[in-house]
Design a protein around this ligand. Structure first.
Ligand SMILES: [Ca+2]
Ligand SMILES: [Ca+2]
Length: 327
């Protein structure tokens, strides 16, 4: 397989990294050839999870839409996982046989070659396309798990805020030197956790009365009428959980609520109401409650302003191998 390539082992050096633009996030690599950033996720996921995680990171599930994107994807793969394929953003999950990229580009407009004996559509279940590092595509089950690459195209007016993110919805509070984002689109506790993690944060841990006051202020800025949908709007998921041990609570960073600095439950709570309430929530009043993990509620992410930033002196762009398919 390697013989079909000429490897031009040009190492990407900091010289190719334009200093004229902000860095999207430290876990993404800027590549001149695509005028954007990429991140190879080495923990395989099914296609739906892969698409969602890229989306929540502020990017899209990468597809080889043109030769530059294919080249950049292959370059990342050859460095880290040369024997494995990645899920692309090309899928037919809305309608079997209608393959489009997540950007809506139809497969017929995407230059591509199939791997041998592909596309098979085994058992009529192969609605997601993978790419090998040679650029060839294969159809696979969307519930199979593969690595995947997220892609962020550079946009001219991208600004990194004082919260260390291009996500302008994070707001910095001097009182805690922390940033917070209120998510008014409700999710389950697990999806809320995933969302905060993808954004470089975590479900909010209330560490003090002072921080509970910030939560009250944030709620006051998001009145029930501002949220669309049929769900309980006086409650938000926050970062504590029973960790599978019903009746005891630890934060998502492993502390008891007392150790974390704030353990004020609403009157009568935690009550482990019928069917079991194993996830952490907070009322508009700033008081805590145990609530159902699988119901959807608003949630509040907390983020360290430095969590997505690189140390400019240690930022390494010299580990991506530049390869070009010259078939
Ligand atoms: Ca906190
Ligand atoms: Ca409760």
């Amino acid at each position: 397989m390697y013989k079909s390539f000429i490897f031009i082992c040009v190492y990407f050096t900091s010289s190719i990294v334009s200093t004229n633009h902000v860095n999207f996030r430290c876990d993404y690599k800027y590549l001149d050839v695509i005028d954007g950033w990429m991140k190879l996720h080495e923990i395989p996921a099914n296609w739906h999870e892969a698409r969602l995680r890229c989306h929540l990171e502020g990017a899209v599930l990468a597809s080889p839409l043109n030769s530059n994107l294919k080249f950049a994807m292959a370059s990342m793969m050859i460095l880290k996982t040369p024997k494995q394929s990645v899920f692309t953003g090309i899928h037919a999950t809305f309608s079997r046989g209608d393959f489009f990229s997540v950007e809506g580009i139809p497969l017929k407009k995407i230059p591509h070659k199939w791997a041998p004996s592909e596309p098979g559509n085994w058992n009529d279940q192969e609605n997601c396309l993978t790419m090998h590092f040679d650029g060839n595509l294969a159809a696979k089950s969307c519930s199979a798990t593969f690595n995947y690459i997220c892609y962020k195209k550079r946009i001219p007016d991208m600004v990194v805020t004082e919260c260390g993110t291009v996500d302008s919805k994070y707001v910095h509070y001097d009182r805690t030197n922390s940033c917070y984002k209120f998510h008014g689109v409700p999710r389950t506790w697990s999806r809320a956790y995933m969302t905060c993690a993808a954004e470089g944060g975590y479900l909010t841990i209330i560490n003090s009365e002072k921080e509970a006051g910030i939560i009250r202020e944030i709620f006051a800025q998001h009145l029930p009428a501002s949220m669309v949908g049929n769900f309980w709007k006086d409650m938000a998921f926050v970062g504590f959980h029973d960790w599978g041990e019903h009746g005891t609570w630890l934060t998502v960073q492993g502390q008891t609520l007392e150790e974390a600095g704030y353990a004020k439950f609403a009157p009568g709570e935690p009550n482990n109401a019928t069917t079991g309430e194993y996830c952490g929530g907070v009322y508009r009043t700033g008081l805590l409650d145990d609530i159902w993990c699988e119901n959807v509620y608003a949630f509040i992410c907390e983020k360290d302003p430095n969590s997505l930033l690189c140390d400019p002196t240690s930022d390494s762009f010299d580990d991506i191998i530049d390869i070009r398919n010259v078939n």
